[in-house]
Design a protein around this ligand. Sequence first.
Ligand code: HEM
Length: 487
Amino acid sequence: MEFMVFMILLLLLILVPIFFLFHHKSYNGQLPLGSLGLPMIGQTIGLLKAMKTDRVEKWIQERITNHGPVWKASLFGHPTIVLHGPAANKFIYTCEGLTNTQPPSLSRIFGPKNVMELSGNDHKRVIAAIVSFHKVEVLKQYVAKVDEESRHHLQMHWHGKHEVQVQPLIKTLTFNIICSLLFGIERGPKREKFLPLFHDMVKGLLSIPINLPFTKYNRAIKARKKLVPMLIHLIHEKREALKEQNEQGDPHEDLITSLLSIRDDNGSTMMSEEEIIDNIIAVMFAGYGTTSVLVTFFIRLLANNKSIYSTIVREHQEISSNKVLEEALTWEDLTKMKYTWKVATEIMRVNPPVALSFRRAKQDIEYGGYIIPKGWQVLISLSMTHMDDSIFQNPTMFDPTRFEKHAPSPSPPPFSYVPFGGGPRMCPGVELAKIETLAMIHRLVSAFAWELIKKDEPFKRVPMPEFDHGLLVQVKPLKETMVSCEA
Ligand code: HEM
């Protein structure tokens, strides 16, 4: 059976590009320059290689030089139009003729009702429900929780260690924060059961989607099958708790409770159980790798740049000096970390955690004098505008002051700085990512200094940046008693 499915998939993967190869002939003269290359493979290997060496901009720039700012290629099994510039970013993020379809292999792990798969009114309804939990007014009350998770993490995984692998540790911390805030799963055996299943799903998402026994993809599908009943149980528990509180409890206690509480005008729940399951899995995935990449780059930068490190330390010492030892961070404290957020903003300009945005044309669309045929992919690389010297002066220079209100260079035009995307599909997790990053950096610089063990430890984009050795650092505690919380 598995073999049959594999053969059918293989046949489809070969036939679909061939179909497009012949089908596009009717657009002769209206398609941009470029080449679709070999069926199925196209230029995918070249792009994957460029991603692995973090040279996507260079790879794209070479093709822009040859073909112009709009060009065609075959990528990941689909004919694709690649675009560049703020107008292209605006187009991809706001054009209603484009849809966000994910490869079927991904929706099998996330579930077919996840927000990234939905469009039109369904997308509006589900994203509104997710956004309602991620508003600043709601998230403000969770600052102490994020802070407590960060302190506990440092106590468990950094204190007493000479060396740590930053990236996997920060991933675990991000996972724990999301479990606590979004799912309402506190530390303990339940959370421990979720972590390996989630890891298997993440590994499967980033693997070749062949569902045969012992493949990573197969393990990911099995992990989803085990996770779903656990999530159903969790949802039932939260529904009961809501009933017991006579629906007077806090509807924003966690994301699941929040999604269960949202009602339409007739008082009926707006999201089905299936939708809640698929979306908490998708939100977990969307929030996990991204924030941990940002914090990992931040930790690397502080080891490499003494001047930025000193300014950051001063900002955080000032905040600590107004608090008693071990007092939890508050929202007001975070609002004082202005320089820290500017540094994070500049890190995301140079190394955006999400590198590429894909869409699919729902119909033939005209763009820049060319036709994007129905069914074709459209692609932008986020860092192309971030590293464009007509938008950001000296783009290779790391300079957080460029994001100051009164910076000497003009502020970038709309849709040119897009680490969180834009338009109706803009990341709903911006504020949560900010809270996590600021709280983690505060606790780190208050308790430790660190040095990179390998000065230029390389990373690959697979598709998110992954350091070859997890970013190995040597850790030096600043004060032995600084962090203490219950294990
Ligand atoms: C530094 C951290 C983060 C970065 C750089 C980031 C980046 C992005 C980007 C670029 C997109 C849009 C992709 C596209 O349109 O092609 C996106 C979408 C999304 N992000 Fe984030 N994200 C971050 C953190 C988070 C967090 C913490 C959460 C939630 C817990 C989250 C949840 C989502 C969701 C659900 C979507 C899909 C929205 C939709 O399709 O309507 N993200 N993110």
